[in-house]
Ligand binder design. Sequence first.
Ligand code: PLP
Length: 382
Amino acid sequence: MSKFETRAIHVAQHPDDKTGGVIPPIHMTTTHKQDGVGNLREGYEYNRAANPTRSALQEALASLEGGRFGMSFSSGLAAEDAIIRGVLAVGDHVILANDMYGGSYRLFARVHKAWGIDFSIVDLNDSAALEAAFIPGKTKMVWIETPSNPMMTIFDIAAVAAVARKHGAISVVDNTFATPYLQRPLELGADIVMHSTTKYLGGHSDVLGGAVVLNDAEMAKKIEFIQFAVGAVSSPFDAWLTHRSLKTLALRMDRHCTNGQAVAEFLVTQKKTVAEVYYPGLVDHPGHDVAKKQMDGFGGIISFKLAGGTEAAKKFCENTELFTLAESLGGVESLVNYPAEMTHASANGTPIEVSGDIVRLSVGVEHISDIIADLTQALERL
Ligand SMILES: *Cc1c(COP(=O)(O)O)cnc(C)c1O
């Protein structure tokens, strides 16, 4: 099999048979002509079931994660919902980490709990606590987000997946922050990997989407059934945009990683205004060794704590000029986010609440000197 960068460009991207178009056309069609009742061309009949542009993206996603089955959804949360509904049943119990994307927590706490799926929140790095959290016969899934959003905690995928398996549970990894270029959870022993492709895979802050990749055929069938029966699929155009973005993923991630490391090292020197920097590429980050072992780079997301507390954190977010104050992350442009009132507002008052003195940066691929200059002026004006 060819290398990652090559597969990102060529898997399911054969020139168009009829016209030779190097880029396959977008199949903007909801339905397909049948050559006699039930006599389908290549299995296509209706867009909710399958569409050639989406099939191509799904094949590429599976290839990049090193899995057999790939699925593309209309959002990351739709992908999560399909996993939960496909694999779990009423009465099951899930173990969640103590730091995760607020929307994922909300999906468990405010949607699926009411439909009979319970959960516990555990520090997945505390092996005694993790062992104790399994409820025999009930715990069917451990949800691992690493690096976690927004505190950049690193969890050991191989270790947690092994404990889950020992207890008869599956492990799911939200690989949104790392991307398959930097981390491939299936190779580390996880059962399912999912993404918000809205972030780095899409990479340009212009298309919402989610992905699921796995190896187990029986579980894949169950999740594919939810995808088909519920219908939260990506549109052909969204699938095409996402596939187009995959082709530059490796290039973009290399730059996100070097810019991220430079920004983290700069922030550490700002002792008067910055109290703490959370980035796994820093050697004194508590997850640095595990990150080095399971990742091929540390990515472009950095969180930090302002010495001046909540007021300074909010002011910093309003002081930046190159960094745009906005939700989301993983695009080519640098963004700044205030988790406590933005991405993680729904986590306030819950065990995964984010403290008000925390700011999260999504470091883009602009020139590093412009990035550092903006951060410098934003900190100076606190
Ligand atoms: C954004 C995000 C999600 C949710 O994805 P959507 O595409 O917004 O539905 C899930 N997990 C992580 C880590 C995210 O950052």
